[in-house]
Ligand binder design. Structure first.
Ligand code: PGA
Length: 245
C-alpha cells in the first residue's frame, strides 16, 4: 500500500550505546506522531536489540541494511533472509554504497529482491543515476532489472527509493523538480500501490519542500538520521504534510 514513510539508514555508524539511546529516543518521540510509518535500519549487529526496543511501542519498524540471497550455507560474513525475517520488516537492497564498494550488480540486486519477498520481507529497492549529468533512465533501468521475474502482484510489497548517487552524502539534496520527474517515471513501472521515497542529503531544513509534493511518499535519511532531534523533526514535518492515501 502507498503510504507516507520516513526511513533511517544508520549505515556503518553507532556503537552499542549510541544505538540504544537513538532507538529509544526515536521510539519514545514517534509515539506522539501519527500519519507516517517510521523505519530504522541499524547495522545488522544491533538489529535484534533495536527491534526489541521499538517493539514495545509498535509504531516504529525495523529494516536490515542488506541480506544475502541464499538461505544458508558456507557464506562467511553474510546474513540470510531467514535470520532476519522475524526481527525486521524491511531490507534495503541495492544501495549505491553496496553497488560501489562491494560490487553488487543488478543481478545480485534482483536475487536479493526475490529472496526478500520469498521470506516476507519488504525490499526497499534503491536506484539512482551516478552523476548529475546522467539521464534519469539509469535509475529506471536499475528498477527494471531489480524487478525481473517478480510477478506484478508482488510489487505492492516493495518500496522504491530514488537516490541519485551524486546527492548522497549530506551535502546538497537533488532539486525537487528533478526528483518529482524521476519518481513520476519510476511510478510508471512500479505501479500505483508501492511507496516511492527520495533519498540524498535530506535534513530537517529542506525536507518540507519534498513533503509538499504529492508524488514523493517518503524519505530515506542517512546522516541526518543519526541525530535524534533532527530525525524526529523530519518525521513530524512529513507527518504534518501528508495524510494517509
Ligand atoms: P544521506 O544518505 O542522507 O547521508 O545523503 C542517504 C542514503 O544513503 O540512504
Amino acid at each position: 500500500m502507498r503510504r507516507p514513510m520516513v526511513v533511517a539508514n544508520w549505515k556503518m555508524y553507532t556503537r552499542a550505546s549510541d544505538a540504544y539511546v537513538l532507538a529509544t529516543t526515536i521510539r519514545n518521540q514517534v509515539a506522539a506522531i501519527d500519519g507516517v510509518e517510521v523505519v530504522i535500519c541499524p547495522p545488522s549487529v544491533w538489529l535484534s536489540e533495536v527491534s526489541d526496543i521499538v517493539k514495545k511501542d509498535g509504531k516504529v519498524n525495523v529494516g536490515a541494511q542488506n541480506i544475502f540471497y541464499e538461505e544458508e550455507g558456507p557464506y562467511t560474513g553474510e546474513i540470510s533472509p531467514i535470520m532476519i525475517r522475524d526481527i525486521a520488516k524491511y531490507v534495503l537492497v541495492g544501495h549505491s554504497e553496496r553497488r560501489f564498494h562491494f560490487g553488487e550488480s543488478d543481478i545480485d540486486v534482483n536475487e536479493k529482491v526475490i529472496a526478500a519477498l520469498k521470506h516476507g520481507l519488504s525490499p526497499i529497492i534503491c536506484v539512482g543515476e551516478k552523476s548529475k549529468s546522467a539521464p534519469i533512465g539509469e535509475a529506471v533501468e536499475q528498477l527494471t532489472e531489480a524487478l525481473r521475474h517478480i510477478p506484478k502482484k508482488n510489487y505492492q510489497n516493495c518500496v522504491v527509493a530514488y537516490e541519485p548517487v551524486w546527492a548522497i552524502g549530506g551535502v546538497e539534496a537533488a532539486p525537487v523538480e528533478r526528483v518529482v520527474r524521476a519518481i513520476a517515471r519510476l511510478r510508471e513501472d512500479i505501479g500505483r500501490d508501492s511507496p516511492i521515497l527520495y533519498g540524498g542529503s535530506i535534513n530537517n531544513k529542506d525536507v518540507g519542500e519534498f513533503a509538499k509534493s504529492p508524488h514523493i511518499d517518503g524519505v530515506l535519511v542517512g546522516s541526518a538520521s543519526l541525530r535524534a532531534g533532527v530525525f524526529i523533526e523530519i518525521c513530524k514535518i512529513w507527518a504534518e504534510a501528508k495524510t494517509f492515501k
